[in-house]
Design a protein around this ligand. Structure first.
Ligand SMILES: Nc1ncnc2c1ncn2[C@@H]1O[C@H](COP(=O)(O)OP(=O)(O)OP(=O)(O)O)[C@@H](O)[C@H]1O
Length: 249
C-alpha cells in the first residue's frame, strides 16, 4: 500500500541533545498507528516534525509524495493532514457550533463575522454535521468552557475534522480523561471512517493498543521496535525499557 507519510532518516538536535536519531517511518493510508515510549523518547518531537511545527536538523518528511521537510505547519491541511494538541485550542467562551464554525471558516480562508450570509448559515449547518460525527450534537449550543473534559476533547477532534483531513495526528488524546471518558474516546475513534489515517502518541497503553493496528516503540530518539499490539505487548525488550517502568509507576 502507498505511504501517505514518509519520515526519512530524521534527526533533531536541540543544542547538544539529539531528540531524534535518524528515524524512519512509513504510514499507509488508512493505517492506525500508535507511537509509544518512555518520557523523553522523542515522540512529541517526531510528531512536531511530521506536523511541520519544527524542522528537522537532518532527514526528510514526505507527505503524499511531496517533500514537506521545511514547509511550515500551515501548509499541512492542504495536504490533508490535521493535528490535535494536548492543550485545548477551543475558545472557552464560544459554543461548540461557533468553535467548529471558526475551524471551518479558518480552513476556507473566510474570517467574516458569524452568520452574516446564507453561505455562512450553510457553514453553520455543516458545523452541526461535524459535531454529529464526534457525538456532540446535544452540546451544540453549550459554551466550550462548560463542557466536561471528555467532551472538550471531542470538540478538539471536531475542529481537526473540520479541515476534512485524511490523516489525523492525535497528541495524547486520552490524557487527563476518566476511565469512562477514555472508553468513549476509543469507541469514537473506532467509529471514524476506516480510510482515515490515525497517528497517535499515547501514554495510556490500553488506549494505544486498542486503537492501533501497529505500534512503534521509541526510546532515546530511536525506534526500538514496531509490531502489532500483541507483538509489542509480548516483547521482553519493550517490557524492560517501557512496560516495566510503566507497571512500576
Ligand atoms: N524545544 C526543546 N529544547 C530542548 N530540548 C528539547 C526540546 N523539546 C524536547 N527536548 C528534549 O528532547 C528529548 C525528547 O523530548 P520529547 O518531548 O520529544 O519526548 P517524548 O517522548 O514526547 O516525552 P514525553 O512522553 O515526556 O512527552 C527530551 O530529552 C526533551 O527534554
Amino acid at each position: 500500500m502507498a505511504s501517505v507519510v514518509q519520515v526519512r532518516a530524521v534527526t533533531v538536535a536541540f543544542g547538544g541533545l539529539r531528540a531524534l536519531r535518524g528515524v524512519d517511518l512509513d504510514i499507509a493510508q488508512g493505517e492506525r498507528l500508535a507511537v509509544i515510549g518512555p518520557n523523553g523518547a522523542g515522540k512529541t518531537t517526531l510528531f512536531n516534525v511530521i506536523a511541520g511545527d519544527i524542522a528537522p536538523t537532518a532527514g526528510a518528511v514526505v507527505i503524499r509524495g511531496q517533500d514537506c521537510t521545511y514547509r511550515p505547519s500551515r501548509h499541512r491541511p492542504r495536504l490533508g493532514l490535521a493535528r490535535t494538541y494536548q492543550k485545548a485550542r477551543a475558545f472557552s467562551g464560544l459554543t461548540v457550533r461557533e468553535n467548529i464554525y471558526l475551524a471551518l471558516a479558518g480552513h476556507r480562508g473566510r474570517h467574516r463575522a458569524l452568520w452574516r450570509s446564507p453561505a455562512d448559515r450553510a457553514m453553520s449547518d455543516e458545523a452541526g454535521e461535524v459535531a454529529d460525527r464526534v457525538w456532540l450534537s446535544a452540546q451544540l449550543d453549550t459554551v466550550a468552557g462548560e463542557l466536561a473534559h471528555g467532551q472538550r476533547r471531542q470538540l478538539e477532534l471536531a475542529m481537526a475534522i473540520a479541515t476534512r483531513p485524511d490523516v489525523m495526528l492525535l497528541d495524547e488524546p486520552a490524557s487527563g480523561l476518566s476511565r469512562g471518558e477514555r472508553e468513549r474516546l476509543v469507541d469514537l475513534l473506532e467509529s471514524f471512517d476506516e480510510r482515515l489515517t490515525l497517528l497517535l502518541i499515547e501514554h495510556d497503553m490500553d488506549v494505544a493498543f486498542r486503537i492501533a493496528q501497529r505500534v512503534v516503540v521509541m526510546a532515546d530518539g530511536e525506534q526500538v521496535m514496531a509490531g502489532t499490539p500483541e507483538q509489542v505487548r509480548a516483547d521482553p525488550h519493550v517490557h524492560r525499557i517501557y512496560l516495566g517502568t510503566e507497571a512500576a509507576a
